[in-house]
Design a binder for this molecule. Structure first.
Ligand code: SAM
Length: 239
């Protein structure tokens, strides 16, 4: 089914896909550097927020190099994960890592978060890290995640957020807006991609407005938890 996107949105999505393909090689290293090594602990916290029991099938959307899919498997050894991303290039790095760690319970798939190729209620839960800032239609992405999770299942969204303390917000923007692009230029060789990071956050809703958007998309009991001195949010919605 063709995506209900305007030509400008389609073009922006293509640019974002190409950008993640370009930065694949240094993607994990940059994540660890930018977060002072906290990113994996945050992914495990996001996985725990799914609150699954026993065997479950989980969709990890925008899986990139697969770290959240692996975190879900770590927290729920009986779960199976479908790890999906619209960039085949970055997904291949996830497949490589899965082979290196003999991880056989993750299925890798290319697909778009805005038009998920799954029937309604196909999964027990859905996770995503650093997706929502990047989608060209946030409401559609939320509705699609809700559609493919069974009633009672949880959707867990982990994303950078706007710190709430004014002084810390200022400091954070110096770091995120000025220093991170320089690190990205030096380490990943792509200043443009890491200058996009603060731009994408600048137009992204803060934690409470995002909670409201999840409620408007039909989720129940939506709540969030702030981590990383208030720079990271894990939102949970029940279907
Ligand atoms: C910042 S990376 C996050 C990767 C991974 N989740 C993590 O924890 O590091 C964002 C990913 O979202 C993917 N992405 C962005 N828009 C997407 C869409 N509409 N559908 C599927 N994947 C998308 C990109 O290709 C990229 O791999």
């Amino acid at each position: 089914m063709p995506l209900p996107l305007a030509p400008a949105e389609r073009e922006r999505a293509q640019r974002i896909r190409a950008m993640f393909g370009r930065i694949t090689r240094r993607y994990d290293l940059m994540n660890h550097l930018m977060t002072a090594g906290r990113d994996q602990a945050w992914r495990r916290a996001a996985a725990r927020a799914l609150q699954l029991d026993g065997r479950a099938c989980v969709l990890d959307l925008a899986t990139g190099t697969g770290d959240l899919a692996f975190a879900v498997r770590e927290v729920y050894p009986q779960a199976h994960v479908v790890a999906m991303d619209f960039s085949e290039v970055i997904l291949r790095e996830g497949v490589r890592k899965a082979q290196a760690r003999a991880e056989h319970h993750v299925t890798w798939a290319v697909g778009d978060a805005l038009a998920l190729p799954f029937p309604d209620h196909a999964f027990d839960g859905c996770t995503n890290a650093f997706l929502l800032r990047n989608v060209v239609n946030l409401e559609l992405a939320l509705r699609e995640m809700r559609r493919v999770v069974r009633p009672g299942g949880r959707v867990v969204c982990m994303e950078i957020t706007h710190p709430q303390t004014p002084l810390f917000r200022e400091l954070f923007w110096v770091y995120f807006g000025r220093i991170v692009p320089l690190i990205g230029g030096a380490v990943a060789g792509d200043l443009q991609a890491y200058a996009y990071l603060p731009q994408s956050l600048a137009r992204f809703p803060a934690a409470e407005p995002l909670r409201q958007k999840m409620l408007a998309a039909g989720f129940r009991a939506v709540h969030y938890r702030l981590l990383g001195l208030g720079t990271m949010a894990i939102h949970v919605g029940v279907v």
